[in-house]
Design a protein around this ligand. Structure first.
Ligand SMILES: [Zn+2]
Length: 679
């Protein structure tokens, strides 16, 4: 059995323990790729013109569901140079993604070349290419095609996937002596990423102890990701939320059973980062507070009150009305908000809070309540607890438990093939404090019936996609209380659409049409996102890059506008029929999509007042919480925002959130935006 050698990256104490317990090989850091086999990787071979090879495979999970693999191979060449090839192949809800990364890496793990290729049965499309030539890099990435100056020894990484890129990135950071930040291409000289060591997961695999070093990476995509390396410096696991997307994880095949354990460590890291970020942000007022002088739009629908006073104590609204009629208690901290407008805190009724960064972003945007429409249970439950307990800044989180029918095209970790399985899933969500179930596409009619029955029996409501097995009308007849996304198809003035709308109306169904999300996905890429979403100017560059790449490249702006107008026409009919519509973004542009949702609501016929209510009290009513939330009225929880401008005059003034109060704690939104890296 070979002996352990000290790799410079590992703290001495850990190494001592390794010497005693680990039966795998550890070679010095720079020899990774040349070492003998461990329990996991395949043995080195002497093939390929005498060069040694190492290979390994990770199982890929998307939204907690096993969907594919990433296989990589590293070959050692002359002068310590290596080539690393990685192939990611997974199928999400029937859509297959195949990406290949070809990396050439110097002995010190700096990049020589990186190519990311999207592969299909019929084509290979280059998505990114970087070639480092001394102090310059030739970059071909996301429409950029230029030569940029770089520091010698730069790292190359283009996005979260293929995941093996992160192996090279972390090794590069270690080889450079763990600097506070790393310059990377193709991000350009100003785009820097942060890598940090977060801890160590000691795990048992087939009777052997393995120590996995856990690193966090920030800035490859928006937000923190986790990377685990084993003592040989090889990739053991990886997790990313895709920078405002859905969670993708990779774990070495034989460590698969440890994924929940690793995920728990990553979750602790994320919540620690959230706590660190939140701690310096102090409320500008809390306890006994009086907001004095603003125009009050209480959200109940009545006439706005000019020169109003809102008195808050113990996290609740104690008085709200015209200055002359409300007594400000002598002990209350007076906050002068003359010239401003107070409206209730906003509700985003369709979120997937898959990374901690969402929480402060939402609060900064004035969103005080979100409904999460599908997540990793072992992330969202502790995440909610951290925010509820005040350890991290964020909105109130109402959770909907995602359930699908299983099989290769299913979505999410909780699947049910039988009514009995469905009831177990529902009970588990209920026990964890979920208030709603979210149905997904592949459920059978029998399982749908059992899910709805069990949910209703437990006092949970039911939302979701219309399962493929049912029509929209059959789904609401089966008991779905809400429908996610605009699921009405056809022309607004057709008999079929009229019949569907009448059916929803008769059943009292609530709709979250996620219309801003539809606009973002369906707009022509010839039209800049900033045309309809000025919020992109405020995003961290790496997030702006992702958002600006969204849309459809194959249609012109005029065609896209015509199609979108048809969507708005259906929504106009839905609204005119009196069906409750709530604001939901389905991620979109973090923080800013909720404003766009409200703006779009006025485009299909809501008055500004109705649009504000759709993003506040209508959501609270839909969730059965209007007795305590949703309006600025006496006795309710003190969730409100202070706008510099009146949204009744101009709906886009909803974007001008200066102060946000959640549960009586008043924050300056600018403080939170800055802490989370928005401009
Ligand atoms: Zn969604």
């Amino acid at each position: 059995m070979p002996t352990i050698q000290a790799a410079s990256i590992h703290p001495r104490r850990a190494l001592k323990r390794l010497v005693l317990t680990v039966t795998v090989v550890a070679l010095p850091l720079l020899a990774v790729g040349l070492s003998a086999n461990s329990t996991t990787a395949q043995a080195p071979t002497g093939s390929r013109s005498g060069r040694q090879a190492m290979s390994d495979t990770l199982r890929v999970y998307y939204m907690g569901y096993a969907v594919g693999h990433e296989a990589w191979e590293m070959l050692a060449g002359d002068g310590g140079q290596r080539t690393l090839t990685s192939r990611l192949d997974y199928t999400d809800r029937g859509r297959r993604t195949r990406l290949r990364a070809d990396m050439t890496i110097a002995g010190d793990w700096s990049a020589r070349q990186l190519a990311i290729t999207r592969v299909s049965d019929t084509s290979e499309v280059r998505e990114a290419h970087v070639a480092i030539r001394g102090r310059s890099a030739i970059v071909d990435y996301r429409g950029r095609n230029d030569t940029v100056p770089v520091r010698p020894g730069v790292a190359a990484i283009a996005g979260a996937t293929p995941m093996t890129q992160h192996l090279a990135l972390v090794q590069h950071w270690l080889a450079r002596g763990k600097p506070a930040s790393l310059a990377v291409v193709p991000g350009g000289p100003t785009n820097e990423v942060n890598v940090a060591w977060r801890g160590r997961d000691t795990v048992q695999v087939a009777g052997s102890i393995m120590v996995l070093e856990r690193y966090a990476v920030n800035g490859v995509v928006w937000g923190w990701e986790s990377v685990w390396l084993d003592v040989q410096g090889r990739l053991a696991a990886f997790t990313t939320a895709g920078g405002g997307g859905l969670t993708l994880e990779g774990v070495r095949m034989e460590l698969e059973a440890l994924l929940p354990r690793l995920r728990a460590s990553a979750t602790r890291d994320r919540l620690g980062e959230l706590a660190n970020l939140s701690k310096p942000i102090r409320p500008v007022a809390s306890g006994d507070v009086a907001l004095v002088g603003a125009t009050l739009i209480d959200g109940a629908g009545g006439t706005p009150i000019p020169d109003a006073v809102v008195v808050v104590s113990g996290g609740r609204i104690r008085a709200a009305g015209p200055a002359g009629s409300v007594v400000v208690p002598p002990n209350a901290q007076r906050v002068d908000v003359r010239g401003r407008t107070i409206v209730p805190g906003l509700w985003d009724m369709h979120t997937h809070m898959m990374q901690m960064e969402w929480a402060p972003v939402y609060l900064a945007a004035g969103v005080t309540t979100v409904r999460d429409m599908g997540n990793l249970t072992d992330f969202i439950v502790p995440f909610r607890a951290a925010v509820d307990s005040g350890r991290g800044l964020g909105p109130r989180m109402l959770l909907a438990g995602l359930i699908d029918g299983g099989g290769p095209n299913a979505f999410g970790a909780e699947n049910a093939a039988t009514p009995e399985e469905a009831r177990v899933v529902v009970r588990r969500f209920h026990a964890l404090g979920f208030v709603q179930m979210k149905l997904y596409s592949l459920l059978t009619p029998e399982v749908i019936a059992a899910t709805i029955d069990e949910a209703h029996r437990l006092g949970m409501s039911v939302t979701g996609h219309v399962p493929t097995a049912l029509s929209l009308t059959a789904a609401v007849d089966a008991g779905m209380d809400h429908i996610a996304h605009l699921s009405i198809r056809g022309d607004a003035d057709s008999d079929s659409v009229r019949a569907q709308i009448a059916h929803l109306r008769a059943r009292g169904t609530v709709l979250d049409p996620t219309v801003s999300w539809g606009e973002l996905l369906s707009h022509s890429t010839q039209e800049p996102v900033s045309n309809f979403q000025p919020g992109v100017a405020h995003l961290p560059p790496v997030l702006a890059q992702r958002i600006n790449a969204m849309g459809v490249s194959t249609i012109d702006p005029e065609t896209a506008h015509q199609r979108f107008a048809r969507t708005l026409a259906i929504l106009r009919a839905v609204h005119e029929a009196g069906i409750p519509i709530v604001a939901g973004t389905d991620e979109g542009v973090p923080g800013f999509s909720v404003y766009r949702e409200v703006e779009l609501f006025t485009q299909f016929g809501m008055t500004p007042m109705q649009a504000i209510q759709a993003a506040t009290v209508v959501g609270a009513r839909a969730m059965g919480m209007a007795d305590s939330l949703g309006t600025v009225e006496v006795g309710k929880l003190a969730d409100l925002i202070v706008l510099d401008g009146n949204p009744l005059d101009r709906i886009s003034n909803i974007r001008r959130v200066e102060l946000v109060m959640k549960g009586g704690m008043l924050y300056r939104t600018r403080d939170i935006w800055q802490a989370i890296g928005f401009r």
